[in-house]
Design a protein around this ligand. Structure first.
Ligand code: UDP
Ligand code: MN
Length: 407
């Protein structure tokens, strides 16, 4: 039953009985003590039988019973008080009972809404899946912890869209254009407007030290752009690393209330094919296009034990790119907060991880396994020749003269 109401109702009914007995029938000097104690027993019994209820539930009514009994027998003619006190007591029991019931300490009570309407997708026509015909055999489709890896040819975007559309999610994209990187804004936003979660709500959050240089662009109606001023740092490594801190703070103050999922992306990229709702999951990492075939001990993890980003040799799953990661707002909050803590501790110890925040991200994702992985299609480096397994180049870095753009 719904104990929350029972808890208030039983004592009130008992109070009525006590009041009735007290005023109408007899000299209730003893009954007075006995009834509330019995009542306490009943409340205690129901409470403990059905769920985890604090001892307070049994104790308070007993103490109250003592007080009522004492007042009743010693001090006054309690014919009215008699009705009032148990009612007040019922209120107290009900009140104390509710928080304990809602948040029990040892045995959680799940509140499942059985009346929730189920999400139905409309009838669709598409090729039948067969268990003995894998969509692709040339690439890994699932991590050892059963997180799916997104590859072209392995999913049906129409089904995904039909499911996603009913959820009314808002996705945030955090991106930075500091100093000379403002030159990448147009290419980024222009292509993202077209290819990033096309047809779905997206808020682009652009951090820049040059708000006046942001080109005015017409975005699709479901897309919004928010420009957020940010200071610059003299070292490009610091601009890159401080993204983690800025994102974590902004989640706490704003995004927590504004979006359901959040993705951090480099600005020096362009999209060439759809990046759709297949990227939406609780914790999402992108496998780097530079290192996806390298053995773990020869890739770019930070291995010096002095760094907080250190991964012991013999450990590591994939090498993840810091240019594109995301997930639910709460998971991205945990990730960015933890990574920036590592960055700060490294600074205090006079060490900087090999690939800056990317090294910290890799450590984090090793011990907090992503729930979904994006294949290198989702961050393909322009400078690399494209092997056969990369059937589409969804997103690519823009070629840049590193020395010039970072100066
Ligand atoms: N960034 C920036 N201004 C800078 C350096 C970096 O705005 O002077 C931001 C920008 O969003 C960039 C990201 O930090 O995409 C990561 O830096 P970068 O792209 O240079 O790193 P790479 O992808 O070359 O490792
Ligand atoms: Mn980049």
């Amino acid at each position: 039953m719904d104990i929350k109401k029972v808890h208030i109702v039983i004592p009130i009914v008992m109070a009525g009985i006590i009041g009735y007995l007290g005023t109408k029938i007899m000299d209730i000097k003893k009954v007075h003590i006995v009834i509330p104690i019995v009542m306490a027993g009943i409340i205690g019994y129901f409470g403990t039988e059905i769920m985890d209820i604090k001892k307070v539930h049994i104790l308070i009514p007993i103490v109250m019973a003592g007080i009522i009994g004492y007042l009743g027998t010693k001090i006054m003619d309690i014919k009215e008080v008699h009705i009032l006190i148990p009612i007040v007591m019922a209120g107290i029991i009900g009140y104390l009972g509710i928080p304990h019931i809602s948040r029990p300490s040892s045995q959680p009570v799940r509140q499942v809404d059985l009346d929730e309407t189920s999400l139905v997708i409309s009838r669709m026509s598409y090729p039948q899946p067969f268990v003995d015909k894998p969509q692709r055999t040339d690439v890994l489709l699932m991590s050892p912890w059963l997180a799916p890896i997104m590859w072209e040819g392995t999913f049906n975007r129409d089904i995904l869209n039909a499911q996603y559309r009913q959820k009314k999610f808002v996705v945030g994209v955090a991106t930075f254009a500091v100093k000379k990187y403002v030159r990448f804004i147009e290419g980024f936003l222009g292509s993202a407007n077209k290819f990033f979660l096309s047809g779905h709500r997206v808020n682009f959050y652009l951090f820049t030290d040059h708000p006046e240089k942001v080109p005015s662009m017409k975005l699709a109606p479901e897309k919004s752009l928010f420009i957020i001023p940010v200071q610059n740092y003299s070292r490009w490594q610091d601009i890159s690393m401080n993204r983690m801190d800025i994102i974590s703070n902004r989640i706490r103050t704003h995004w927590h209330y504004e979006v359901d999922y959040l993705y951090s992306m480099d600005i020096d990229v362009q999209m060439f094919e759809h990046i759709g709702v297949e990227i939406i999951d609780t914790l999402v990492g992108t496998i780097s296009s530079w290192q996806y075939t390298k053995p773990r001990d020869s890739n770019s993890y930070e291995r010096r034990p002095e760094s907080r980003a250190a991964i012991p040799s013999g450990e590591g799953d994939f090498y993840y790119a810091a240019s594109f990661y995301g997930g639910s707002v709460s998971e991205v909050y945990k990730l960015t907060t933890a990574c920036f803590k590592g960055v700060t501790e490294d600074r205090a110890n006079g060490i900087e991880a090999k690939w800056h925040e990317e090294s910290h991200l890799n450590k984090y994702l090793l011990y907090h396994k992503p729930t979904r992985l994006l294949s290198p299609e989702y961050y393909w480096d322009e400078e690399l020749p494209r092997p056969q397994i990369i059937r589409v180049k969804r997103l690519s870095s823009v070629r840049k003269d590193l020395e010039e753009v970072r100066s």
